[in-house]
Design a protein around this ligand. Structure first.
Ligand code: 78N
Ligand code: 78N
Ligand code: GLN
Length: 487
């Protein structure tokens, strides 16, 4: 092997390419999401689609869930068919087209077309671009964790600036102009990838690691074609007979959110490539996965329920100046960027005394629960439905990030360590499935949110997260036994 590269902050030059590709992809994704909810429920006279608000909230959650579910297909295609590099490129093209479709002033069918493009595109791009980060370093390279932290900064920088730009333009000028800016962002990301890939990444990701052989190709194409036809027939039949309504679809997503990870666990557990030690680790991973589902369910409501709260319950006129409600979407990435170094320092300082993986997950749940319970205070102070200070929302976004920094950075590495070696190509998708399941849950529950009953909503969900966090805290010694030496 050659001498390790040090072209980007002492890291391989390839990290530059991946950092900026993912920066622009997240810029377009989070910029789009910062205005999409408002685009859906604002009246037609205000440039929106005029959908009922609870429907818009459910669509946001289904959308988020499908984006992370499609990572399974994207990861599989890269691993077995065309390699990560092409997956990232095609993914970027699909995403850009999706935003271009949204940029066309239009209607609900155009909106659903763009949703399909962005779901497929993100599934192709996101897990694979993260996967190549790991490929830049040899197993022994001790810069690997730092490389992932730098990459994580790129994700959150993209998420921080896009609500300021796409959000302000989208809500203050025109939604479609905002979506065009998201398309331009993805275009810049694609250009960065194309222009610097050869020089910085060389051949990394050019070929599938585990290509299908001729017989598998034939068998799988038959299976895929058959499955596509059967699904198309079911959908056509469902639409024709009015059985497949939106509530039914929302229910189906909820079921898929749990069935898909269950299949993963069963297949991994029963595989004859999985050793007894690895089986024990799979069992240890299940409660951690469930905790992550509950965590992401609350964290992702920052772009649905709390975004609606920013729009409808919050005093946005300050000293003669009116804030766009989309700006609040910058707070999560802002706090992640500010606090990630603090947490990194804290874990180093605590060294061997730092909490174990299950304990960190339990703290993640406790903070997530607290971020919802804190919203009970303005509810009481405002006596129900009066406008409240935006600082309460700022505080809620701040608290959930304390949880995110306990759970998210360690989540992916825990997945890598606890999943059986034979399934290592699937770990990125498996971890993202916890987010998909969380948003599948959200699709069911956000429909029950009403301003008049927000105390029950925030209280029950926040309380449940805290109870689950306490249970996980108490179970930690047992879970660690099943982890078989993984730290
Ligand atoms: O009635 C309002 C009064 O009680 C208090 O209001 C304030 O003090 C205003 C506080 C501003 C909250 C800012 C919220 C969101 C802005 C997000 C900006 C992201 C910054 C660099 C990224
Ligand atoms: O109506 C006025 C009054 O009720 C307003 O009271 C509040 O809004 C209190 C809310 C607590 C403010 C805490 C805000 C942000 C905490 C985030 C700290 C940022 C640290 C490293 C950045
Ligand atoms: N905000 C993170 C991102 O977009 C969340 C990813 C996750 O669910 N693990 O990358």
């Amino acid at each position: 092997e050659s001498v390790p590269q040090r072209g980007f902050f002492g890291h391989p030059k390839g990290l530059f390419t991946l950092f900026f590709t993912e920066f622009w992809e997240r810029f377009s994704y989070y910029g789009m999401r910062a205005i999409l909810l408002f685009y859906m429920y604002y009246e037609v006279s205000k440039g929106g689609l005029g959908l009922p608000e609870n429907l818009a909230l459910a669509i946001m959650s289904i959308y988020g869930s499908l984006v992370y579910m499609s990572g399974i297909i994207g990861g599989w295609l890269a691993d077995r068919v065309f390699g990560t590099s092409k997956a990232v490129f095609y993914g970027g093209v699909f995403i850009m087209l999706g935003h271009i479709v949204l940029a066309i002033p239009g209607n609900v069918p155009l909106f659903f077309t763009s949703m399909v493009l962005i779901v497929l595109g993100t599934g192709l791009l996101k897990p694979n671009v993260s996967c190549v980060v790991g490929d830049l370093y040899s197993e022994a390279d001790n810069r690997r964790d730092a490389g992932f932290s730098i990459f994580y900064m790129g994700i959150n920088l993209g998420g921080l600036i896009s609500p300021l730009i796409v959000g302000t333009v989208g809500t203050e000028v025109d939604f479609h102009l905002g979506f065009s800016l998201a398309a331009i962002g993805m275009f810049i990301g694609l250009l960065t990838f194309l222009l610097t890939r050869k020089k910085n990444l060389g051949l990394a990701g050019t070929y599938p690691l585990n290509p299908l052989n001729a017989t598998e190709k034939k068998r799988l194409s038959i299976m895929f074609t058959a499955a596509a036809i059967i699904i198309a027939l079911f959908v056509a039949f469902g639409l024709y007979t009015n059985v497949l309504t939106l509530p039914v679809f929302i229910g189906l997503i909820g079921i898929l959110g749990f069935v898909i990870p269950t299949i993963y666990f069963v297949v991994m557990y029963r595989s004859n490539k999985t050793s007894p030690k690895e089986k024990s680790r799979i069992l240890a991973y299940i409660p951690l996965f469930l905790a992550a589902v509950m965590f992401w369910a609350i964290q992702e409501q920052g772009s649905t329920i709390l975004a609606s709260y920013a729009d409808k319950r919050t005093e946005l006129s300050i000293a003669g100046f009116t804030l766009s409600p989309a700006l609040f979407q910058s707070l999560n990435p802002l706090f992640v960027i500010l606090l990630a170094p603090v947490f990194a320092w804290l874990w180093v300082k605590l060294g061997a005394k730092q909490p174990s993986i299950p304990r960190k997950f339990s703290f993640g749940l406790l903070f997530a629960g607290l971020s919802f319970l804190v919203m009970l205070v303005p509810a009481y102070l405002s006596g129900g439905t009066g406008l409240v200070s935006p600082l309460w929302l700022v505080l809620s976004y701040f608290i959930v990030v304390l949880g995110e920094l306990c759970l998210s950075p360690v989540g992916l590495s825990a997945t890598t360590k606890l999943a059986p070696a034979a399934f290592s190509a699937q770990t990125m998708s498996l971890w993202f499935l916890s987010n998909a399941a969380g948003q599948a849950v959200n699709a069911q529950i956000v429909q029950f949110y009403r301003v008049e009953t927000e105390v029950v909503y925030f209280g029950v969900i926040g309380g449940l997260a805290i109870v689950l966090g306490i249970i996980l805290y108490l179970l930690t010694p047992f879970i660690r036994k099943f982890m078989q030496g993984v730290h």
